[in-house]
Design a protein. Structure first.
Length: 299
């Protein structure tokens, strides 16, 4: 198969994009790497035609999407991804509607809740009064932008009176922020990575002493776990509901069950548990892509 990898950028911030290209070649595919900026439009006999780094988009059997939509030029990025999603021929894993839902915390919460999956209640806030309303209802809240990544700009409000400036700063920078109740993280947060039909990376992240954040980049520890069947089933179901091929879920144990905090469409650090798990992730993606291409778009 001829398979393209629509990557984040060329900075090396996402080494797993390159890994997917190299692994595809190991499996005998003609794989190549390009970015959203390298999608170009040209006149053709049937209207606008697209090229991917100079090659006709229609010549690809599949494109694996790990693209970046963040940034001041997000409108152009979304437009390019939408154009690619509309090209007959290559199957896109995953198309623009899936990507937009995966990037938006509001859209994600809406879709997961509509499917009956456990997610925190959310409120939108465009003013300090809105944040205060959320605090009065829940007492201890999380504020964050709908579009964000790596846990940046996520704040916890435990005392509204003394933390108004934190809320004002987020509102000034993002106009609209998402509010949700804070759920205790002392017992840890699960990270389940779904690759096609498999869950190769199952681990528990524990916050460092004195912190509530389960971020490995901020000192959180992590360990591989044998995830319970119900947690694996929940994670795969959430991934299918959102239409994703590869996902990284943050899930908290909650009241005898689980609470899905986030489903990341571009999970990183796929080699965090070592080479064996890393290759299982890559294999899970390609097993899924190969099967879906063979089945065809109507399957």
């Amino acid at each position: 198969m001829k398979i393209g990898l629509l990557g984040w950028d060329y900075s090396g911030i996402d080494p797993d994009g390159t890994s997917l290209v190299e692994y595809g070649r190991e499996r005998g595919h003609d794989t190549s790497f390009f970015t959203l900026e390298e999608i170009a439009y040209h006149p053709g006999p049937e209207g606008v035609e697209l090229t991917l780094k100079g090659e006709p988009a229609a010549s690809f059997d599949a494109v694996i999407n790990r693209s970046k939509l963040y940034g001041d030029d997000w409108r152009d990025r979304v437009e390019r991804l939408a154009m690619l999603s509309n090209v007959p021929g290559p199957m896109l894993f995953d198309p623009v509607d899936v990507w937009l839902t995966g990037y938006s915390k509001f859209l994600m919460a809406q879709k997961l809740a509509a499917a009956g999956l456990p997610v925190p209640p959310v409120r939108s806030a465009v003013s300090l009064a809105d944040v205060e309303t959320a605090f009065e209802e829940w007492g201890d809240i999380i504020l964050k932008p709908s579009y964000g990544y790596r846990g940046q700009d996520v704040e916890r409000i435990r005392d509204f009176g003394s933390q108004k400036e934190v809320a004002e700063d987020l509102l000034a920078r993002f106009s609209t922020v998402l509010c949700q109740p804070y759920y205790p993280t002392e017992g840890g947060e699960y990270r389940i990575s779904v690759a096609g039909d498999t869950t190769p990376i199952n681990m528990l992240k524990l916050p460092p002493a004195g912190s509530w954040r389960c971020k490995t980049l901020e000192g959180a520890s992590f360990e591989r776990i044998d995830a319970p069947d119900e947690l694996v089933d929940l994670s795969v179901r959430a991934t299918r509901v959102l239409g994703m091929t590869l996902s990284g879920l943050d899930v908290l144990p909650h009241e005898g069950g689980y609470m899905i905090l986030e489903v990341n469409p571009v999970p990183g650090f796929l080699s965090v548990l070592g080479a064996e798990q890393h290759r299982q992730v890559l294999a899970g993606v390609y097993d899924w892509v190969e099967r879906k291409v063979q089945e065809g778009p109507s399957a």
